[in-house]
Design a protein around this ligand. Structure first.
Ligand code: FES
Length: 310
C-alpha cells in the first residue's frame, strides 16, 4: 500500500467474504522501521492484532482483509502494557491518521535505537507532556472539577431514559426535539452530556409515516424492533452522513441537514443528498400513562448499514 492511506478509528474491518470481523481500534507502528505493521481490531469484547500483510484495502469507510472469523479468534490478543502510545505525527508520510486515533509502537523499537536515543526521546516526550498537562490543568481545572462532581452526583440506573414527556402532549405529525442529560462512559470517565432526540407522534397507525424508514428497510436490530410503537417514531438527531444535525423545516415538512443538504421525510426516509441511509430510529417505550422512555444509541456514520457503536 504505497499510496496515501487514511485510517479512521471505528470503521468496520471485513473478512474474506465481506463479513464484519470487528472495528478498527488502533494502528501498530514500528518506529525503528518507520512502518505501519499491523492493526488492532475490536471483535466483541477482545482486541486482536492483525498483520498488515492480511489487509487488502483501506478506505475511509472500511478495511478489507483476507481473514476469516476463525483467523481473528486465533490471532494474538492485543496487550496494551506491551505497547506505547504515540502521537499521529510519528507516522510516515502517506499515512493519514484521523484525529482521535490511538497509535502504538513497540517499546522494543525504542530499545533498538539505543539507550541514549531512548532517554532523550523519553525526556523530550515527558517534558512536552508535563508542559501541556500544566497548561491544560491550569486552564481547565474549574470546568473539569465541575464535570467530575456532576458525573459523581448524576444517577445512572439503566440505558432507558424517561424524557418526562407524555405521548398525549405531543403534536400530531410534527417533530419535537426533546433534550435530556445523560452520562457518557469512556473508560473510567463518566461525563455528563446534553443529548436530544426527535419525537414524531403519528396521527394514525394506518398513515404511511407511522413506520420509520429504517424499520421498513429492515436496518433495525431486534432491540429497536421490539421496542417500537406505531404511535411514535423516535429519531436520532445525528445525520448518518457525517454526523451533523438535520433540522425540521416546518414549511417544507422535511428534515434538512445544514452540512451537505441531505433531505429526509417525516419518517426519516432519505429523499436527497449524500447520506447513505435513513435517519436512525431509536428504541422507545410508552408507559400506560403515556410517559415516553428512550434508549439513546449512536451508530456508525458514512455507511449504509446501521451499526451500533459500543
Ligand atoms: S452531515 Fe448531514 S448531509 Fe452531510
Amino acid at each position: 500500500m504505497g499510496e496515501e492511506v487514511t485510517y479512521r478509528v471505528g470503521i468496520p474491518v471485513l473478512g474474506l467474504r465481506g463479513e464484519t470481523l470487528g472495528r478498527l481500534e488502533k494502528i501498530l507502528f514500528s518506529e525503528s522501521r518507520h512502518l505501519v505493521t499491523g492493526l488492532v481490531v475490536r471483535s466483541l469484547e477482545s482486541l486482536h492484532m492483525i498483520p498488515l500483510e492480511k489487509v487488502t484495502s483501506v478506505s475511509g469507510t472500511e478495511i478489507r482483509t483476507t481473514l476469516t472469523e476463525q483467523d481473528i479468534r486465533q490471532s494474538s490478543v492485543f496487550d496494551p502494557t506491551q505497547y506505547e502510545e504515540v502521537p499521529p505525527w510519528f507516522f510516515p508520510p502517506g499515512h493519514h491518521i484521523e484525529l482521535g486515533a490511538l497509535v502504538t509502537i513497540k517499546p522494543l523499537d525504542i530499545r533498538e535505537q539505543g539507550e541514549e536515543a531512548c532517554r532523550s526521546r523519553r525526556a523530550f516526550m515527558a517534558k512536552s507532556v508535563a508542559l501541556l498537562a500544566t497548561a491544560i490543568g491550569v486552564s481547565l481545572v474549574v470546568p473539569i472539577g465541575g464535570y467530575i462532581m456532576a458525573a459523581a452526583t448524576t444517577p445512572v440506573t439503566d440505558n432507558w431514559r424517561n424524557l418526562g414527556v407524555k405521548l398525549q402532549d405531543l403534536p400530531l405529525d410534527e417533530p419535537v426535539q426533546e433534550s435530556f442529560r445523560a452520562v457518557s462512559v469512556s473508560g473510567w470517565m463518566r461525563v455528563p452530556e446534553e443529548r436530544s432526540v426527535w419525537l414524531i407522534r403519528h396521527s394514525g397507525a394506518a398513515d404511511p409515516w407511522s413506520e420509520s424508514e429504517d424499520q421498513k428497510k429492515n436496518l433495525d436490530s431486534p432491540l429497536e424492533k421490539n421496542d417500537s410503537d406505531p404511535r411514535l417514531t423516535v429519531l436520532s438527531p445525528i445525520c448518518p452522513h457525517l454526523g451533523c444535525e438535520p433540522q425540521w423545516h416546518k414549511g417544507q415538512k422535511l428534515f434538512i441537514c445544514p452540512c451537505h443538504h441531505s433531505i429526509y421525510q417525516l419518517n426519516g426516509n432519505r429523499i436527497g443528498g449524500p447520506a447513505p441511509r435513513p435517519m436512525d430510529q431509536l428504541p422507545v417505550r410508552i408507559a400506560p400513562d403515556g410517559s415516553i422512555s428512550v434508549i439513546y444509541e449512536q451508530f456508525a456514520i458514512g455507511i449504509a448499514a446501521k451499526v451500533r457503536l459500543a
